[in-house]
Design a protein. Structure first.
Length: 508
């Protein structure tokens, strides 16, 4: 990997007042989103960066649909090398998966149509073992390239196109042609995968805030990096300018104004002139402002499209009007205050309520879920059935010594997990299972003498899940809910699970 660290500079040295960045931090704090990471680059120099503990610069973060821009970049690299044509027909690339009698519109579906969300479909198939065949079986009811419909399975198809045309999976293709060139450590990235092993290009990548900034820096540079052309100039132009109208998105998420302005190749247009962004659910942004020579990368958990739009607006209002053409006078006091503030960012601490008279009676007891029911401590992925979360069928708490240890039996495997009772979170690094997430912070508190609330924060994601344990004589009800992030469509919210007191299997 050829990684050259970006130069760091004070905001004033690149024409941005430190007080404007402070204003941005204030606005973001008041907009209802939970911030995780922020990087600001101007004129090729990183002038502000910070992460809200326990999130950090080297921690991977789920991108959701920001992944789509990486997948499209894989196609762009293949186009640049002459391996893929934008007018190549999809039924020719996947002749073995196409229907025996494809309709005229499916026969006219091209690579460029998939890139711009113009597949002409009104629905998207759920992931399955035969997901490419299922995708091509969906009726194409609109002329390809004419009607926008957000199609994450189509975005994953971009990675399958790369595999068919290059003989390499999307990750391996991007490693040699992109990641190694622009300084992204491919070995630290993680993907959710489809049942056939294809990377979920529609939303399955985990990378860092700086990785995303580096990706969009390549587009801001017109496809050049350190004097080498990685992406064809015409591909970059097509990808970063409007290819299809997206006004129909008003009916889907009316407050998300930046979604109505058009779409390029898996890249959204933005309200400021010429600006564009890679965008993932709940506020994963890497935004390029060509006129201002500015890039802003964000990881956050926004409640919905409304809050994510407010984060975009905060960036526009706080930063853009404050930018100067040249350098600003040094302001050591302002830049010093900003640096200190950026160094001590943190999300809210967990609740502190470590005591309950029931704790000694519960400690050491083994509970088994009743009637074959179970609950999931880990996250799954709605993008891929191969990333189903393992289930907890038995558990016990040890509250001795003022500490808390949770032991769970998860699909037959035992895990011992540390839980913070002191108003902090304890880090547990779990073996991979299902999805790519392994870093789990746990905290617990007694909401009532008989109710213990366990907050499970997967720090590589946007999600925190609360498991509330309501203890009674001989049994406990476990009620799970998402406290940070949203519930994926179709996943529903199960009711409480009962677990009963059972003798420990290792007792004599």
């Amino acid at each position: 990997m050829n990684r050259k660290e970006f130069e760091r500079a004070t905001p004033e040295s690149v024409g941005l007042p430190s007080r404007a960045v402070e204003d941005l931090l204030d606005r973001l704090a008041g907009e209802g989103a939970e911030m995780h990471g922020l990087m600001i680059m101007r004129r090729g120099k990183v002038c502000a960066e910070g992460w809200w503990a326990p999130y950090g610069p080297g921690i991977r973060h789920g991108l959701q649909s920001l992944t789509k821009t990486y997948a499209a970049t894989g196609v762009g690299l293949a186009y640049t090398e002459g391996l893929v044509g934008l007018d190549d027909r999809i039924i020719d690339i996947f002749a073995d998966e196409a229907p025996r009698n494809p309709g005229d519109k499916l026969g006219r579906l091209r690579v460029r149509d998939v890139l711009c969300m113009g597949c002409g479909m009104d629905e998207m198939p759920r992931p399955s073992a035969d997901w490419i065949r299922d995708f091509l079986a969906v009726p194409v009811v609109h002329e390809p390239g004419s009607a926008f419909m957000y199609n994450s399975t189509g975005s994953t198809l971009l990675g399958a196109i790369v595999r068919r045309k290059t003989g390499m999976g999307l990750h391996d293709w991007l490693k040699t042609r992109l990641f190694d060139k622009i300084g992204i450590d491919a070995d630290k990235l993680r993907w959710v995968r489809m049942p056939d092993g294809t990377e979920v290009g529609g939303g399955g990548l985990f990378s860092t805030t700086e990785d995303n900034l580096r990706l969009m820096r390549l587009y801001a540079l017109g496809g050049m990096w350190e004097g080498e052309r990685l992406l064809a100039e015409d591909y970059v132009r097509l990808a970063t300018t409007k290819r299809i109208d997206t006004a129909s998105e008003r009916a889907v998420n009316p407050p998300a104004e930046d979604n109505f302005l058009g779409y390029g190749f898996q890249i959204w247009m933005c309200k400021p002139e010429l600006a564009y962004r890679a965008d993932g659910a709940m506020g994963q942004f890497s935004i390029v402002f060509p006129k201002q020579d500015l890039i802003v990368a964000v990881n956050e958990t926004a409640k919905d499209g409304w809050w994510a739009q407010r984060s975009l607006d905060a960036i526009y209002v706080s930063l853009l009007p404050a930018l100067a053409e040249g350098e600003l006078p040094r302001d050591d006091e302002a830049s010093g205050w900003l640096a200190e503030r950026l160094a001590r960012l943190a999300i809210a601490r967990p609740a502190y309520a470590p005591h309950s008279p029931m704790a000694p009676r519960i400690s050491g007891n083994r509970y088994e879920t009743a009637d074959g029911a179970s609950f999931a401590l880990r996250l799954g992925s709605f993008m891929s059935p191969s990333a189903a979360a393992p289930r907890v069928s038995a558990f016990s708490f040890d509250f001795s010594g003022g500490l808390c240890v949770l032991e769970v039996e998860e699909d037959g495997r035992k895990l011992r997990l540390d839980v913070g009772l002191d108003g902090t979170r304890r880090l547990n690094v779990l073996p991979p299972s299902g999805g790519p997430e392994t870093m789990l912070y746990l905290s617990g508190s007694w909401a009532a003498p008989e109710r213990f609330e366990l907050d499970a924060r997967w720090v590589e994601t946007c999600f925190e899940r609360r498991h509330a344990f309501a203890f009674s004589e001989g049994s406990v009800l476990v009620d799970s809910s998402v406290t940070t992030g949203f519930v994926f469509p179709g996943s529903g919210r199960p009711g409480p699970i009962r677990a009963d007191l059972r003798p420990r299997r290792d007792s004599h």
